[in-house]
Design a protein around this ligand. Structure first.
Ligand SMILES: Nc1ncnc2c1ncn2[C@@H]1O[C@H](COP(=O)(O)OP(=O)(O)OP(=O)(O)O)[C@@H](O)[C@H]1O
Length: 368
């Protein structure tokens, strides 16, 4: 479907964009709008189509269907260099024979910018990236983090309308990765540059993004703010892919406006009705509960009881895997503050569990 309806208020717009390789569909009718200055992450498992979507925005690939707009202008047939996108690849892709300064200046030279202006802009961006003094080095004379900064400087120096980041932290060790994440986020915010970030790492996505598009099998499953994705996943895939949780069988009691009331043991919970559309009252549903929404309860108000299968100390918290013979599937994960757990819940201990508030979500059973 080709809908030529640019929204002039958004930085990037995909209208029904699809991409096939032979008979396999890498991207299946993607609809996406990214606001100016927004940090949008494409998150999903390997092969779900993240890089394909990024390459379509960059112009490295042409869509089979649909249209792409940048800043309200149709760019579907515009070549890469004229789209004003800056891209940072997983392996940085720096020119090995060029100095840092020449790597960064490359995009400006290619666009015919005057020499004096090139010098000023390169110096400015290198200062921002804390690379002043490294101008004459070659990439091989830099650490991984410094190479990463050069790649970012090269992408930003052209003042792109959209910054495209394809797993830019994956080659860095854990500590450097964390500090680069903070730096990139700060720079992105201070420049206000619209950013599309590709990752399969959900914690990276949750911590950096304004919004996240979760992808699976070439489809965008849900686009939302990190907290909304975590609290209100729209389908079973998003629920399982983001964070952790347990699936428990419950019963649908009734609908109340946009909510549904479901019962598990003695506890009635109000959950979003959306995923349960078409399910009959009294039917089984699958309840998805985050580990922190289960708590130790007393016999009187317990929803579930079980025995601790494993207790795993994690520093600030303790993860308890609890077996429950009366529900199916029979094992849940609960997370207790380490000082609350206080060594009380060794394997084999009997434990009564309550479900907190209305933080669960319910879906039709997997077989429905
Ligand atoms: N040039 C190509 N030719 C044929 N198939 C391709 C090509 N590029 C991608 N694909 C296929 O399209 C699908 C989506 O690939 P894509 O690289 O977009 O996934 P991804 O989510 O970025 O994965 P990863 O996280 O592993 O990079 C995959 O099944 C992949 O094998």
């Amino acid at each position: 479907m080709n809908a030529v309806t640019p929204d002039r208020d958004v930085a990037v717009q995909l209208d029904g964009v699809s991409k096939r390789f032979g008979t396999s569909i890498a991207l299946d009718s993607a609809w996406l709008k990214i606001d100016r200055g927004e940090f949008m992450t494409l998150l999903g498992p390997s092969g779900c189509g993240k890089t394909t979507l990024l390459n379509l925005v960059a112009g490295f690939l042409a869509p089979d269907d649909g249209e792409i707009f940048i800043d309200g202008a149709l760019v579907t047939d515009v070549p890469t260099f004229a789209r004003k996108t800056g891209i940072v690849f997983q392996n940085y892709a720096l020119f090995p024979h060029m100095t840092v300064a020449n790597n960064v200046a490359y995009g400006l030279k290619a666009r015919g910018v005057a020499k004096a202006e090139i010098n000023t802009r390169v110096a400015e961006i290198l200062a921002m990236m804390k690379l002043t003094g490294f101008e004459d080095r070659k990439p091989r004379q830099l650490s991984g983090g410094q190479q990463q900064r050069v790649a970012l400087a090269r992408a930003l120096v052209i003042r792109p309308k959209v910054l495209l980041l394809d797993e830019p932290f994956s080659a860095l060790d854990k500590n450097l990765r964390a500090s680069m994440q903070v730096e990139v986020k700060e720079i992105q915010r201070s420049l206000g540059v619209t950013t599309i970030f590709v990752t399969h790492d959900q914690s990276e996505a949750l911590s950096l993004s304004d919004r996240i598009a979760v992808m699976s099998g070439g489809r965008i499953c849900q686009i939302d703010k990190p907290e909304a994705l975590y609290r209100r996943p729209a389908d079973r895939f998003v629920a399982s892919f983001i964070g952790e949780g347990s699936w428990l069988r419950a019963t649908l009691e009734r609908f109340e406006g946009s909510n549904a009331v479901v019962r598990i043991g003695k506890t009635a919970l109000t959950v979003p009705a959306g995923p349960l559309t078409g399910i009959a009252r009294g039917a089984d549903v699958d309840l998805f509960i985050r580990p922190e929404h289960l708590h130790v309860s007393s016999v009187n108000d317990a929803t579930l009881d079980g025995s601790v299968a494993a207790s795993i100390y994690q520093g600030g918290h303790v993860d308890l895997y609890v077996d429950m013979p009366q529900v199916s599937p029979a094992r849940v994960l609960m997370r207790l503050n380490a000082k609350d757990a206080n060594g009380m819940w060794d394997a084999g201990a009997r434990i009564m569990i309550g479900v907190s508030g209305n933080d669960a979500v319910a879906f039709p059973p997997a077989s429905a």
